[in-house]
Ligand binder design. Structure first.
Ligand SMILES: O=C(O)CCC(=O)C(=O)O
Ligand SMILES: [Fe+2]
Length: 354
């Protein structure tokens, strides 16, 4: 097709298709070029703390092992804001099944995947980075975004029926993730000597869970593009199932990018902005980005667990005193605020700061 691409072309041309010819990425994907800082795909590996979820599941049987694990949890979330969860109860073979259905979906022909396309002004469905301005630098990734909770609000017409097991596997996986998220949020409250349900109460009965399958094709110039630009998540907490073999996630630690290692059967958990707010800034929502590589595709599944829409959230009273004054206002509909700030290139959590 002649001429420069229209907005519509950019929306519908998947990065997967762009990657096939192995050419240099189009200008709209170039995050840094030449004189800017090059994207380092291999900075030092960061020893992300490992937490055994099976040790922190019960509030009744207080044991020294549990106390120790809660202390580790508190320390991880107050420093890097993330950890690798093991002992979470989901079998290794089921995690691989989740990875398999995701891979089979992205392998489908374009026309088949486009049956589930995101409408231009919608968030849910299959697509690329949402194009909101001509100047936006686009992510080198395709994604499938699906609301999974509350269950009665699922947009099932966007849930793939191909591969056959997709819906069932996603349903089962996210039911497990919800269960684990609730255990974690209780443990996080206990680790701060708070009543264990306090964070969960802020999430509300109709808490929201969104699944985002990320597909990062290989890229001829991984030094110029990002799979996902630097951001902190707008969730309460995020649980990420990483690719079993291909790395790509990086964290900003003390102003330096570091690599997140792969532990194949672990779930990578990070605090999102809304839990940073609820914890009055004690828990940190880490800035992270995704890099690509020239050889292999990478597929991940991020599940964002968020408070109910319209519900006001704010710092827990028990975490405010003279030594630690209130750092954040009460906010609601943080997802909307997040989106506006993020697209304007600002850090969304600043909107909630006092
Ligand atoms: O794919 C990854 O490793 C992380 C993705 C991510 O940060 C996100 O979806 O918010
Ligand atoms: Fe993220």
């Amino acid at each position: 097709m002649a001429g420069s691409p229209t907005k519509q072309d950019l929306i519908w041309r998947s990065v997967q298709e762009l990657a096939i010819n192995g050419d240099k990425p189009p200008a709209r994907y170039i995050f840094c070029d030449g004189d800017g800082e090059q994207i380092d795909g291999s900075p030092p590996l960061f020893p992300v703390p490992v937490i055994d979820v099976s040790l922190i599941t019960s509030s009744t049987s207080q044991s020294s092992k549990e106390d120790e694990e809660l202390e580790k949890l508190q320390s991880a979330l107050s420093s890097c804001g993330c950890f690798q969860a093991v002992g979470h109860g989901i079998s290794s073979s089921f995690l691989d099944k989740v990875r398999e259905v995701a891979k089979l979906f992205f392998e489908l022909p374009t026309e088949e995947k486009q049956k589930y396309s995101r409408a231009v002004d919608e968030l849910q469905g299959y697509g690329t980075d949402q194009v909101l301005s001509e100047h936006q630098i686009l992510d080198w990734s395709d994604r499938m975004f699906l609301g999974v909770h509350p269950e009665d609000q699922r947009k099932l017409k966007l849930w793939p029926e191909n591969p056959r097991a997709f819906r069932e596997v996603l349903h089962e996986f996210t039911a497990n993730i919800k269960f684990i998220s609730e255990i974690l949020l209780k443990a996080m409250a206990r680790s701060l000597k708070l009543e264990e349900n306090c964070f969960l109460n802020q999430f509300g009965e109709q808490s929201t869970m969104i699944a985002r399958f990320n597909y990062y094709p290989h890229c001829a110039r991984p030094d110029l593009v990002l799979g996902v630009k630097p951001h902190a998540d707008g969730s309460g907490i995020t649980i990420l199932l990483q690719d079993r073999e291909v790395e790509g996630l990086q964290l900003l630690e003390n102003d330096r990018w570091v690599r997140v290692p792969i532990i194949p059967d672990a779930l990578f958990v990070n605090v999102g902005d809304q839990v940073q707010i609820m914890s009055n800034g004690i828990f940190k929502s880490p800035v992270h980005r995704v890099v690509t590589n020239s050889e292999r595709e990478r597929i991940t599944l991020a599940v964002f667990y968020m408070p109910q829409k319209e519900k006001e959230i704010g710092p827990e009273d028990g975490l405010i005193d003279e030594k630690r004054p209130r750092l954040f206002k009460k906010v609601k509909n943080y997802a909307d605020i997040y989106f506006q700030y993020y697209q304007a290139g600002k850090r969304p959590i600043d909107a909630a700061k006092i």
